[in-house]
Design a protein around this ligand. Structure first.
Ligand code: ZN
Length: 414
């Protein structure tokens, strides 16, 4: 046999024997739920060891000929394979001041298998009626008292590591590698723990070095209806179609009263008529967005005119405030992929439509805000209707009482 052939065979064998990290990560966890009450049997498949209640969580060790060898609390035995079903775990945060133990059974006197670090993440498969959660924690599986666990608040971040970022089973450099995340991968961060971040990215979950993650920035192109949900409640108020010589000023005064920042999507033809109003809006610290030159339905226009509607307004705004609008909102929310792709700033829609232009009633504008606003909402109003300016004081009073902060659209997207 030629030497190169021998090498090739070795290489093929190596691929078969040593699976890739991906193959390991994709292998389903051997934790299952019991679909109905069943007897756990000894290896004669007849002697009853104990009875397992419906919905109990078990570890599956082996399966053959329709039988599964499983672990349930301190027992090991056999059940029919068809009483088992897969369950997906939920990451939960260990929050108790006294770190809980992972125990062998759902009982405070049960054998402790290991302790859980405060602020670390455990995978919860199920919680029983006695208030014990069946968890996986690193290499441990067992029961943790559910009151020591809470739902974590997550934050989206991006991998910043050109060589790829190693995901570990536990928060330790010596821990085994589950997967490698490519540079620029978006991850959900569940907790930070002594320089480590517990992340979820698609099917991959585990610990990465926290310093290799960075905050997301607003992508250049995108369609945004909602802002990021943060610990403090925030909404972004947006005012379209202005500026208006008197109404916009009334709105500015009300915003100032509540120390609120907002975003104004201006039209070029009104900017030409009221350049000083635009200047006042900008100098008060509000964000300026582009809302075309004279408010056409862009999907009815050839691309050349679409671009001219946007560019004309960009130039006008820049000639007055010294910079171009940082956002774009299409009139009537009407756009297509080609229009979106032609933009150099984010395309912003809305999540709460007050319909202020339609009903022209302050009470109905307030109603819409009360009924639909939540953390991260982008609220649509128009600073060309007197009734909107008249509604704003009550709107801001209500949202302030509910604990909301008022931020610009660019802020709410971060
Ligand atoms: Zn409009």
């Amino acid at each position: 046999m030629k030497k190169w052939m021998f090498g090739l065979i070795l290489a093929i064998l190596a691929c078969i024997i040593f699976p890739t990290h991906n193959a390991v990560a994709e292998e389903p966890l051997p934790i299952r739920s019991i679909t109905k009450e069943v007897n756990l049997l000894a290896d004669d498949y007849a002697t009853i060891i104990t009875t397992i209640p419906e919905n109990a969580t078990v570890i599956m060790y082996e399966k053959s000929n329709g039988w599964a060898k499983i672990g349930f609390m301190q027992y090991t035995g056999f059940v029919k394979l068809n009483v088992l079903k897969s369950i997906k775990p939920e990451p939960m945060l260990a929050s108790s001041k006294n770190p809980p133990y992972v125990r062998e059974t759902n009982n405070f006197h049960a054998k402790p298998l290991g302790n859980v670090y405060v602020d670390s993440i455990v995978q919860v498969y199920a919680t029983d009626e006695q208030g014990w959660s069946f968890v996986q924690y690193g290499n441990l599986t067992g029961y943790v008292i559910a009151t020591a666990l809470k739902t974590p608040k997550t934050k989206t971040m991006v991998v910043k590591e050109p060589k790829g970022l190693s995901v570990k089973l536990t928060a330790s450099t010596s821990s085994s590698e589950i997967a490698v995340l490519q540079d620029k991968t978006k991850v959900e961060v569940y907790t930070l723990l002594q320089g480590w971040a517990y992340i979820v990215a698609g099917d991959i979950q585990g610990y990465v070095v926290a310093s290799k993650l960075q905050n997301t920035t607003i992508p250049k192109i995108g369609k945004f209806n909602y802002g990021v949900v943060t610990k403090t409640k925030r909404v972004a108020l947006t005012f379209d179609d202005g500026p208006h010589p008197t109404i916009t000023h009334q709105i500015l005064k009300t915003l100032e009263k509540y120390d609120a920042k907002a975003t104004f999507f201006v039209t070029g033809h009104r900017v030409e008529k009221s350049p000083d109003v635009l200047k006042d809006v900008f100098e008060a610290g509000h964000e300026i967005g582009n809302h075309t030159y004279n408010h056409p339905k862009l999907t009815d226009l050839p691309m050349k005119q679409v671009k001219s509607q946007i560019e004309q307004t960009n130039k006008l705004v820049k000639s007055i405030i010294g910079e171009e609008p940082t956002l774009f909102r299409p009139p009537y929310g009407s756009f297509d992929k080609e229009i979106q792709a032609s933009l150099s700033v984010p395309l912003i829609m809305w999540s709460v439509d007050t319909l202020d232009w339609k009903h022209r009633e302050p009470a109905k504008t307030l109603d819409a805000v009360q009924n639909y606003s939540k953390n991260g909402s982008i609220i649509l109003m128009h600073d060309v209707h007197q009734t909107t300016a008249d509604a704003l004081d009550q709107v801001l009073a209500y949202l302030t009482k509910q604990g909301y902060e008022f931020v610009t659209v660019s802020e709410i997207l971060n």
